[in-house]
Ligand binder design. Structure first.
Ligand SMILES: Cc1cc2nc3c(=O)[nH]c(=O)nc-3n(C[C@H](O)[C@H](O)[C@H](O)COP(=O)(O)O)c2cc1C
Ligand code: SF4
Length: 679
């Protein structure tokens, strides 16, 4: 039997046969470049984005959520409108070409999850009941009237009629993550007294009525699935639980879900799509790298004994062995993969070929997808695959005149430039001054919880090898090599960044080490550690040290952690939670005045609201914190001295990645990709 054979068995939803067990999980199109809200239509880029995933071998695409056409809630989602049917139909035709079935996800709306940007625009959240907004508890949602609920139900009829026009194969009713429909079916959210609230039967009236409208319009055989979380992990409104134990579940628990899906199956739903969490425990629905792969799988065990219809499941299932295990062990019938199909649209094809090493992994960062939209107000893409969402014009064209290119620096920016340039037919040599490739990916992939960064580094090494890029390790550019550089058509400087050594008295002491040397095991670390710098790197290193038995205190100059460079909400929250569990003490608003042999002398610039640490705070006074080792994690600065040496001496010179501006993996790969595809 082949390694991933279970994933490539056909499966049926209702009477529809799907060629394999890998579906694309719904990922909202967000807006440009994939969806044009003004034109109310998916763009050509959106069509191509889906077609590319279909070409990569997925059996089923569950589209972005589309709001059904009603005016009860203002648009925020893409909306299913007559104006958008041409593009949708073209997308479906393209997907069918590759024998990929398309399910459109239809949502009644957002409810109390309405995003901060939408609240800032003055949009008023609605819900089943007068609940506080997820983002601003001062804003209370307006409960929908009975007529408005009926209006929503009725809007599924024109929606279904539009679906019929497009040739779409099925509908997924969106009710997970605490969105509007979840706010109806969950007693903790739903406090209504009309026929849509109160009893179990009343709470399920909305999804049942929706099903009847769809089936009444499209026929009983038209497949309709339902998406919900197996468990909410809800401690209280706006307070999520990191673990299944040690708290009282106020949201939906596993037994409740079993009861719900059993009842909905009786009514005619053809399948259930399960993940976990809700906006109050958002990391479960959008798991960051720290949560590993399939964090919810323990909780969906046994669900297949509850209903006869197929179970789809999603949540970091892009690790091939985990995806295969889900099907092999009968946890579910279909594995829905979201972000791992953004990072590599050919995920299914490569697995079918038995070549998992060729799959470019999702690193669970959210910097290029959700975070790109929310934190940076840019379009959906992917940190490790900049062509994601831009397939139409970011395709790689063969070089018109192949050139000789020397890339200096084997970090992500350099390796990406080399990879893309080589794919286009250039001749590429890569110089790396150290004995191995990776740049900052090397120390960044040391902690266990950064396993996916290690996978990314492995992937780059495999690509360098397969593309036969001429790699020269331990190659420092000095006088004699400059003549070689002069012979090249293009020189790309990707020399990365070095760790900033802050100007603090005592920073040159023997007990002071950089975060890089710490992670790479090049420095001796005592039992009591102070990490200076509460950015992402400082926080991750503090957690790793604590996981390795150290007593760690983290000092941050600003008034909270991870502020200087935005970190996506769920990544930040989960990491902070892990640091709390590992007893990392965090002190904010801290100036480090001096480092001594036995510790650091600090002052506090403002009173922080972290009450648990108040006794350590020292506003107005100097205070000494004892430690054995001080780890510096105050960021990186570009290392680009070579630029001045080479400028004017080589034919064409570029400076990219950290050696231009120190940034994240996302920035380095984007720069490498853009340069590689344009030179
Ligand atoms: C950018 C982004 C947008 C998403 N949009 C939707 C959506 O429209 N509907 C939905 O049900 N889930 C949505 N999800 C959740 C995904 O379907 C999926 O459950 C989640 O990403 C975890 O799976 P993954 O690790 O395979 O990505 C979205 C996720 C991301 C990252
Ligand atoms: S941006 Fe990060 S989390 Fe999102 S798909 Fe790409 S690698 Fe995965």
């Amino acid at each position: 039997m082949k390694e991933f054979e279970n994933l490539f068995q056909p499966v049926t939803i209702g009477k529809l046969t799907i060629k394999n067990r890998i579906a694309m999980a719904p990922i909202v199109l967000f807006g440009m470049p994939l969806y044009n809200h003004q034109l109310q239509s998916m763009t050509r880029d959106g069509v191509e984005y889906y077609a590319r995933r279909a070409r990569g071998g997925v059996g089923q695409i569950i589209t972005s959520g589309f709001k059904v056409p009603h005016d009860v809630e203002q648009p925020g989602w893409p909306e299913l409108r007559p104006e958008g049917l041409t593009a949708l139909s073209e997308m479906v035709d393209m997907c069918h070409t590759y024998d990929c079935k398309v399910f459109i996800q239809l949502t009644p709306g957002t409810g109390r999850n309405l995003m901060p940007s939408q609240l800032a625009m003055g949009l008023k959240p609605i819900s089943s009941s007068a609940l506080p907004s997820v983002w601003d508890p001062g804003i209370i949602c307006r409960p929908l009237t009975n007529e408005e609920v009926k209006k929503i139900i009725n809007s599924y009829k024109p929606a279904a009629e539009m679906v019929a026009v497009t040739g779409i194969d099925g509908i997924e009713v969106h009710s997970h993550e605490g969105y509007l429909l979840d706010q109806f079916i969950t007693p903790f959210y739903n406090r209504r007294t009309d026929e849509y609230g109160g009893s179990f039967e009343n709470r399920l009236r909305l999804p049942i009525n929706i099903l009847h409208v769809i089936k009444g319009t499209l026929g009983d055989d038209f497949p309709v699935t339902f998406r919900l979380g197996i468990k909410h992990f809800l401690k209280d409104l706006r307070v999520g639980a990191m673990r299944a134990k040690g708290y009282e579940e106020k949201g939906r628990d596993i037994d409740d879900t079993h009861r719900i899906i059993k009842r909905l199956e009786e009514e005619g739903y053809d399948g259930f799509h399960l993940d976990a969490g809700c906006y109050d425990a958002w990391f479960w629905a959008h798991p960051p790298i720290y949560m590993g792969h399939g964090p919810h799988l323990d909780y969906i065990k046994g669900v297949k004994d509850v209903v006869k219809v197929p179970i789809i499941t999603a949540s970091r299932l892009g690790l091939p062995e985990v995806a295969e295990k889900v099907i092999k062990e009968g946890l579910a019938d279909i594995v829905a993969v979201g972000r791992a199909l953004l990072s590599d649209p050919d995920f299914p094809k490569k697995l079918e070929k038995g070549d998992p090493d060729d799959i470019r992994p999702c690193i669970g960062c959210h910097d290029g997808c959700f975070g790109h939209v929310i934190n940076l107000a840019r379009g959906l893409s992917c940190s490790v695959n900049p062509a994601c969402g831009r397939e139409l014009y970011y395709g790689l064209l063969p070089a018109v005149r192949p050139k000789s290119i020397i890339v200096i620096g084997g970090g992500p920016a350099g390796m990406e430039t080399a990879r893309v340039a080589m794919l286009r037919g250039h001749r590429v040599t890569l110089y790396e001054k150290d004995g191995s490739l990776g740049g900052h990916l090397r120390e960044g992939s040391i902690p266990d919880f950064k396993y996916d960064v290690k996978r990314l580094l492995d992937w780059y090494r495999v690509q360098m090898e397969r593309l036969k890029i001429d790699i020269k390790l331990n190659m420092e550019v000095t006088g004699p090599t400059i003549s070689e550089l002069k012979a090249a058509d293009i020189v790309v400087l990707a020399t990365g960044s070095g760790f900033i050594i802050p100007d603090i008295k005592g920073v040159d002491g023997k007990n002071v080490v950089t975060v890089g040397d710490t992670l790479l095991g090049k420095a001796e670390i005592g039992d009591e550690v102070i990490v200076i710098g509460g950015g992402l790197e400082g926080c991750e290193t503090a957690l790793w040290l604590a996981d390795n038995g150290k007593n760690v205190t983290l000092l941050e100059k600003l008034n909270d952690l991870m502020l200087a460079h935005p970190v996506f909400y769920t990544n930040r929250n989960y990491l902070m939670g892990l640091m709390g569990e590992a007893n990392v003490i965090t002190l904010t608003n801290i100036n480090v005045e001096k480092i001594t042999d036995g510790g650091v002398i600090i002052t506090q610039t403002a009173v922080a609201d972290r009450s648990e640490n108040q006794d350590i705070y020292c506003k107005g006074k100097e205070r000494t914190l004892r430690c054995d080792t001080v780890v510096l994690a105050v960021g990186q600065k570009p290392e680009n001295g070579l630029y001045r040496t080479l400028h004017g001496k080589v034919r064409e010179l570029y400076k990219i990645g950290d050696c231009r501006t120190a940034g994240k993996i996302h920035d380095a790969i984007l720069a490498g990709f853009n340069l590689g595809r344009n030179i």
